[in-house]
Design a protein around this ligand. Sequence first.
Ligand code: SAM
Length: 226
Amino acid sequence: MLHLDLIVQWYREHAADLRRARDEQRELRAQRPMHAKLDDLEAEITYLMVRALRPATVVEIGAFHGWSTTWLLRALRDNGCGTLHTYDRADHVTRTVPAALADGRWRFVPGDVRRAELPDTPGFVLVDAAHTAGFARWYTGTLFSVLRPGAGVAVHDVFHGRRPWPRSEGAVVLGWLRRHGIGHLTASRAADPDTRDRLLGLKRKLRLAAPVGPAGRDPMLFFRMP
Ligand SMILES: C[S@@+](CC[C@H](N)C(=O)[O-])C[C@H]1O[C@@H](n2cnc3c(N)ncnc32)[C@H](O)[C@@H]1O
C-alpha cells in the first residue's frame, strides 16, 4: 500500500532535486509553450515515485505535448538509470522533449498503444490517454495484470469528483484494484482533501510551493503492486 507518510518522506528526501526539477520544468514551459495536463502535486508524486522505486523500465501511455514525459525523464536522469518508453498516437512530444533529457533514456513509439509491443516488466507505469471504460479494461487486463510486485502506477483523470462516474475509466480501475485487494492514494481535492492539504502544507515548508504547471484538482490515482 502506498501510504501518505511514505510520500511525505520522499518529499523530504528528494527536496533539493525536486526543487531543481521544478525550476527546469518551469523554464521548459516558458521556452516551449505546451498544453500540460498534470498539475504540480500529480507531477511531483510521479517524480518522487520514480526516484524512490528506481525502475529500470518506465511505460508512459499518453504524452500529448510531453509534460508528464519530461517529469518522468527528469526522475530517470536524477536516478542515473532507467529507460522511458512513451506511447502516443500523436507525435507532438517529439518536438518538445529536450534532446539532452531524451538522449540515452527515451524511446517514443507512435500509434495506438493497443497495437504496440510493450516491455515485459515495467517498474513504473503512467496512464493518461483515452479516458474511456473500454480503454481501461484493455490496460488493466493487458498491462496491470502482468506487473510485478513493487511496481508503481499512476492513472490520471480518475477522481474529478468524490468517486468516478459509473462505467467510466476510473470505475474500471477502482473495480480492478478492489478485486485484487490493492489500496490506492490520491491527492484529489474532491476525493481526499485531507491528503491534499497535508501535502500542500509540506510543500510550503519545503519551499516547493510556487506554481510550475497548470492549476488543477489533482484527479490522479497512484498505487503500488503488492
Ligand atoms: C491527456 S493527453 C496526455 C497528457 C500528458 N500526459 C501531459 O502530462 O500533458 C492524452 C494523450 O493520449 C493519446 N492517446 C489517446 N488514446 C491513445 C491510444 N489508444 N494509443 C496511444 N495514445 C493515445 C492522445 O493522442 C493524447 O496525446
